[in-house]
Each structure stands twice: as structure tokens, then as C-alpha cells.
Design a protein around this ligand. Structure first.
Ligand SMILES: [Zn+2]
Length: 319
């Protein structure tokens, strides 16, 4: 059986770092909340990992103490190594009850790399949950193929909404009903706070700086980094604040277009994330012709890449 690399090199512009699966696991003596930062769940999205590395180094240099526990991990090591979204299966669709049960009963085919990645992450998550001495916050860092304003994905649970409302960024809930097996939905189902943050495009310098600001704020708002000055917090809040009208608003998903096996799906060019759309508007094409929007709303995560099975989502603003 092939094994997963113990470390992986990330290269971006002038930065080159080598990281292990568990990038950090810092605990204070006193009780406190736990934050699990995870980057590289998709292997073609290494900037989250790079930003975690940077913040961890800055944190160490600053002498700031963690009150509680901070754990930072790489999601899909093998896919990150070859800079592909995934090798065999999308790691962010594997967190289903069925797979977790198969893991428990040793029925999961661990010859497939992503199942082994799942197992290693699952074991770490179980360890964190077993040792909790406060709340758990899971922050999952992603980037997108197309340009987008940054946004968060979470669910409707009050403590999730309380957490996401502290960031000056739009949030979208309701993905759980349409997408099976995301890490986020798994964490939410267990009753813990979880969010996915989409910082922008895969190779954008801006995504990297946004990640850094987001990570600082996620630690601050989770209450495990109390030593930050108000100027420092304000600086990173300003860095994340976008002029867009959607900033800080919360939306819910009302529809998903799932691409069928063998379908020749092509998203209509030019859609921006959170762009307003009308019922009957052409959103995409396939071998049978145009695909029309069934609703008024906003387009969300239009697919402008080859891999992936979700063509687009439609969202509406929460009341
Ligand atoms: Zn992703």
C-alpha cells in the first residue's frame, strides 16, 4: 500500500515552505476553546496552507499566548503535493455517515489515497473532540477557480451565525441540504461551530493576504488569542472589508445544479459570484441546449473549471 507523504512543499511566488500534516498543535494549561484550522482540503488551493504557516510563524515571533488550543492541519496532502483538487475522490465530499461508519468498521478501501487522508484527519478531529475544554471552532480555508468576493459558508445554527456575524464578509448557509459529505456539514452535524472561508482565486496574492487576516480574526473571535491590540484587529478587519453591497449580509442556498455523469456542462461566461439573476435567465449550456434559472436570486459558485460536479448554486438573502 502506498503511504501518504509525511510532508509537502508549497511554492507561491517567492515563498517556498515545507509543511507536515499537523502544522501546529498548541495548548495552554488553562481551559479554553479549541480552533482547528484546515487548509488544502482541495490540493489546488495551497494558499490557505501558506497563510497558516505565515500566521503561525508571526504568532511565535509575537510572543502572544494561545488561551485554549490551536491546531493547524493540511487537508489533502497528496493532492497538495501534485497541486490537483483531488486524486481519486473529492476529500470535501467524503464526510458522509456511510464513510464514517465504514471507517469505524474497517470497511473503507484504504488503497485509495483520499480515504487514507480522511482517516488521518478523522483521527485528529476525534482527538481534539475527546480533549475539548471549551467550544470547538473548525475553520476550513478554500480558494476558487473564478474571481469572487470572499465569503463564508456555514449553517443556520445560532452559535455558527454568532461567530460568522463577527466577520465583515457575506455568509451563505444551507449547503448541507444540497451537498453531502463536506467537512463543514460533518462538523455542524456534530453540533460544533464550523465555517468554510473562500478567500478568492487560487493564485491571487490577494487571497493570501486575506487568508492571513481571516486567520488572525478567526482566532481572535474564537477567544483563544486575547492579547491582540485593538489596532491590530481593526487593521485586519479593514483588510477584509469589501465595498460590495453583499458585505456582512447572510444568504441561504435554495437550489443546486448537479452535473450528470457524461454531461457536457458549460457555464455561461461572465457570471460573478453573488450576481443577481432572474427566473428564466440562461445560466449554462449542455449538449441539449440552454439551462435556465428556475428562480430569482443570486448566482453562487458558478463552475468555471473542469473538475467538480456542482454546476452552480442559487442563493437568496435571509429574512
Ligand atoms: Zn476548495
Amino acid at each position: 500500500m502506498l503511504s501518504i507523504s509525511r510532508s509537502v512543499e508549497i511554492q507561491f511566488n517567492d515563498s517556498r515552505v515545507r509543511v507536515e500534516r499537523i502544522m501546529a498543535d498548541i495548548r495552554s494549561e488553562e481551559d479554553g476553546n479549541t480552533v482547528l484550522l484546515i487548509g488544502g482540503v482541495h490540493g489546488n488551493e495551497p494558499l490557505g496552507v501558506l497563510a497558516m504557516d505565515k500566521v503561525l510563524a508571526d504568532l511565535e515571533n509575537s510572543g502572544n499566548k494561545i488561551n485554549g488550543r490551536l491546531c493547524a492541519v493540511v487537508g489533502n496532502m497528496e493532492a497538495t503535493r501534485i497541486i490537483k483538487r483531488y486524486l481519486y475522490k473529492d476529500l470535501n465530499r467524503l464526510w458522509t455517515r456511510e464513510n464514517i461508519d465504514s471507517l469505524h468498521y474497517n470497511q473503507l478501501d484504504l488503497r485509495h489515497t483520499e480515504y487514507r487522508e480522511l482517516k488521518e484527519l478523522y483521527d485528529k478531529l476525534q482527538e481534539l473532540i475527546g480533549d475539548l475544554r471549551g467550544e470547538l471552532f473548525v475553520v476550513d480555508l478554500h480558494t476558487t477557480s473564478g474571481p469572487t468576493i470572499p465569503f463564508m459558508v456555514t449553517n443556520k445554527m445560532e452559535k455558527c451565525r454568532n461567530y460568522t456575524s463577527k466577520f465583515p464578509i457575506p455568509s451563505v448557509s444551507g449547503l448541507t441540504g444540497f451537498l453531502d459529505g463536506t467537512l463543514l456539514s460533518y462538523v455542524n452535524d456534530l453540533g460544533y461551530v464550523g465555517l468554510a472561508y473562500e478567500a478568492g482565486q487560487h493564485k491571487s496574492e490577494q487571497s493570501l493576504t486575506r487568508f492571513e487576516s481571516f486567520i488572525w480574526l478567526s482566532l481572535h473571535h474564537a477567544g483563544i488569542l486575547t492579547g491582540l491590540t485593538s489596532e491590530f484587529v481593526a487593521f485586519h478587519e479593514a483588510a477584509l472589508t469589501e465595498p460590495q453591497a453583499s458585505s456582512g449580509r447572510s444568504f441561504r442556498i435554495i437550489s443546486r445544479y448537479r452535473i450528470q455523469e457524461g454531461e457536457d456542462f458549460r457555464m455561461q461566461e461572465g457570471f460573478a459570484n453573488f450576481q443577481s439573476i432572474k427566473q428564466g435567465q440562461v445560466l449554462a449550456q449542455n449538449q441539449n441546449g440552454p439551462i435556465y434559472s428556475p428562480y430569482d436570486g443570486y448566482i453562487f459558485m458558478p463552475l468555471y473549471q473542469k473538475m467538480g460536479e456542482d454546476g452552480f448554486f442559487i442563493i437568496r438573502e435571509d429574512d
